[in-house]
Design a protein around this ligand. Structure first.
Ligand SMILES: NC(=O)c1ccc[n+]([C@@H]2O[C@H](COP(=O)([O-])OP(=O)(O)OC[C@H]3O[C@@H](n4cnc5c(N)ncnc54)[C@H](OP(=O)(O)O)[C@@H]3O)[C@@H](O)[C@H]2O)c1
Length: 290
């Protein structure tokens, strides 16, 4: 199979790259902003006009700066919505399959239970709104052969993320304040990368045609940012004290949803996936960082 991966310098793109040597009988092409600029429809058209056919496109690229998106609405929309629709159109025209990554921030967070794929989205910030429009771009363009995978709280040994920020603060400070009233599930990017690679070589994906659907993927279990920070310090033997605070005490430009814990039953059943708990995966990532 010929597989195109966008966002090669991001957390998920780099995590996929870690594992592709296990699939050396398939041809992976990883592209970043330099080769395929998703903020430019010309760059997208040029890329697909000048490159060979792909069997699978995995879109890991996105505008992910949640707070900056409140000011850069057009840019976020271009990358998270219009470019995604264009990728879906190209996938359709090439008869390629598409895996597009989306977010828990398509929900308003008012649910007291786990969010199912069938629950109504209602984003409360610009990032979430543009990602929801991207999902719609896929669903309305490709009735078949696409998957939208929503994930949440992604961290890894690569780039900037909550785990690496906490490690830095944990070494520098004796105590920190961390929000405790936002609940969700952390996702180790390596686990999502392994799941995506498992899926694209699974029989349910390799059928001639399958209906386009949304799936949820995060690590198993839920937590809040404050307890997540405590676990990072515990596993790293850092003595930094974590003071739980409320969202009101830590205002940010973008409003965050309160509870975005996602149900993983659909993806685990459909693709026979086993997903590790968030604590086990956090330990694995910390070992990787150390
Ligand atoms: N991070 C999270 O907590 C989180 C939570 C829920 C869902 N997600 C979703 O998960 C997916 C992967 O996220 P991630 O954490 O791997 O994100 P990331 O580390 O921020 O990587 C995103 C990548 O997109 C690339 N990109 C941005 N603008 C681009 C453009 N105009 N053209 C081409 N590429 C561009 C970036 O390129 P540069 O490296 O050149 O900047 C970066 O490599 C995304 O769809 C994201 O929305 C993430």
């Amino acid at each position: 199979m010929k597989i195109l991966v966008t966002g090669k310098n991001g957390q998920l793109g780099r995590s996929i790259k870690k594992f592709i040597s296990n699939y050396d009988h398939h041809e992976f092409t990883l592209v970043g902003r330099e080769e395929l600029d998703l903020s430019s429809s010309e760059s997208i058209s040029k890329h697909f006009d000048t490159h060979p056919h792909f069997d699978v496109i995995i879109n890991c690229a996105a505008y992910t700066a949640v707070d900056s998106a409140e000011d850069e609405i057009d840019l976020a929309d271009e990358i998270n919505h219009l470019a995604v629709k264009k990728l879906a159109e190209f996938a359709n025209s090439q008869n390629a399959k598409l895996i597009h990554i989306s977010t828990d921030y398509v929900f308003d967070g008012k649910n007291e239970f786990l969010y199912m794929e069938s629950d109504n989205p209602n984003p409360i910030n610009v990032y979430g709104k543009t990602k929801l429009l991207g999902e719609k771009g896929v669903l309305e363009t490709m009735f078949n052969n696409a998957m939208v995978i929503r994930t949440s709280w992604v961290y890894s040994e690569f780039g900037n993320n909550f785990v690496k920020t906490m490690l830095k603060l944990g070494y520098e400070k004796n105590e920190i304040n961390v929000v405790s009233d936002q609940v969700g599930s952390p996702t180790y990017a390596s686990d999502l990368a392994k799941a995506i690679l498992h899926i694209i070589f699974n029989d349910n994906f390799n059928k001639k045609s399958f209906p386009t659907e949304i799936f949820h993927f995060t690590n198993i279990g839920e937590t809040n940012w404050s307890d997540f920070a405590k676990e990072i310090f515990k596993l790293s033997n850092l003595k930094c004290k974590v003071n739980p605070i409320s969202t009101d005490q830590y205002p940010t430009p973008a409003i965050r949803p309160k509870n975005t814990t996602l149900s993983k039953d659909k993806i685990t059943n459909h693709f026979k996936l086993q997903i590790p708990s968030w604590k086990k995966s956090l330990e694995e990532c910390l070992n990787e960082i150390m």
